[in-house]
Design a protein around this ligand. Sequence first.
Ligand code: TXA
Ligand code: MG
Length: 328
Amino acid sequence: MPLVDAQTPGAIGEAARRIAAGELVAFPTETVYGLGARADVADAVANIFAAKGRPIEHPLIVHVASLEQAAFFADPVGVAARLLMERFWPGPLTVIVPRRPGIAAAAAGGQASIGLRMPSHPVALALLRESATLGVPGIAAPSANRYGRISPTQALHVQQELGDELLVLDGGACPVGIESTIIDCTRDRPALLRPGRVDRLQIERVVGLRLAEPDAASPRAPGTLAAHYAPMARVRLMETDALRAASDPLRREALPQGLAVYLRAALQFPHGTTLRHMPDDAGHAASELFSVLRELDGTGVQFIWVELPPPGAEWEGVRDRLQRAAAA
Ligand code: TXA
Ligand code: MG
């Protein structure tokens, strides 16, 4: 099955019929492309784990189109989660809340909690609503990549990751570009499990509390494994000064062959080095991050050196993804 333009008449309807029948469909969200299956049917969810090569105890995020759908999966929804849903949904924020017993156990990887998100991408919302008319209460969808690899931000990336048997709704490039912020709301004080476009300061303002750091008792979030988002090339995060020193004409002999550099600073590297400029704005940098890593990797370079992004809450998501890519 080729990529199907999501605007094609009937495309969303066909995708929703497949979801209702328990099949897999990949679809765009504002963060990254998701690999979706109906969340309430264990056999449908099992197809996701098989296609990704993902361990089955890893919980999936369930996507919903309304607060009523969220309430189908969650009980109780506490005050913090409610405030976050009202402020940031639809949008790139996932809340972990207590799971309603007996519902979507497979999607939750058997955990007593469940991750919920209402995406803002019009194609994702249309698919959720159309599927709801066919009796689907929510769509479980991890990022549509093979386990441990870079998340796809374009339809073509999904096909490269998962093959052309899969129906992929093509909605263009994902504007946010990194996965949703994940907040654990199952404990007294909410904790940030995965940073994203919605940053910790925005969240703290809404819940009126400092976020806790995840600890041993926090729900497991394997997307937070140290080594994740792995390109083939070796990624190295470098301070600006270290990059400047390495680019010094007197020291260039020491540069490795097959090098790509992704940086904000204006530095010259010798001919043969692939250079990409990182945007100064954190949102723009996030939006292109995974496609740049994929593209640089695709040139066959052996090393990707990346300038450490600036400090500050708005860069936390980009820093996090780069640290994981470098740890692989
Ligand atoms: O932006 C996103 O969140 C994308 C799009 C498709 O919505 N989805 C995504 O899903 O990134 P995935 O499966 O690649 O990452 C989901 C993360 C995993 O780290 C998982 O462990 C965590 O969410 N998670 C989901 N449910 C959880 C739960 N009940 N408890 C703890 N962690 C959970
Ligand atoms: Mg993922």
